[in-house]
Write a protein that binds this ligand. Structure first.
Ligand SMILES: [Zn+2]
Length: 92
């Protein structure tokens, strides 16, 4: 996975790790690698005066916002329909 590819995608639009996997034609099981790439990207971008921000995962049913990055289930309503965290890049 090339860091520049991930960065240029996130500069165009907010994306979840899964969406990045799909866009790069990676197996969804490699989501973890995407998170790692995003972490590295955020260090690279910092030097350029930009930052990677995250919209937290949200329960589709009740709107609960998660603090963890990839939750399985809503603690409030027990729904498993979760809108994934999306990452985007912003100028500082
Ligand atoms: Zn919920």
């Amino acid at each position: 996975m090339r860091l520049e590819e991930v960065i240029s995608m996130l500069e165009k639009q907010p994306m979840s790790a899964k969406e990045i996997c799909i866009a790069l034609q990676l197996d969804p099981s490699r989501e973890k690698e995407v998170y790692e790439a995003i972490k590295r990207a955020s260090r690279v971008l910092k030097r350029k005066g930009k930052q990677v921000l995250m919209d937290p995962p949200k329960c589709k049913k009740c709107g609960f916002e998660f603090e963890s990055i990839s939750p399985n289930r809503c603690p409030k309503c027990k729904s498993e329909r979760i809108e994934p965290a999306r990452f985007f890049i912003q100028e500082k």
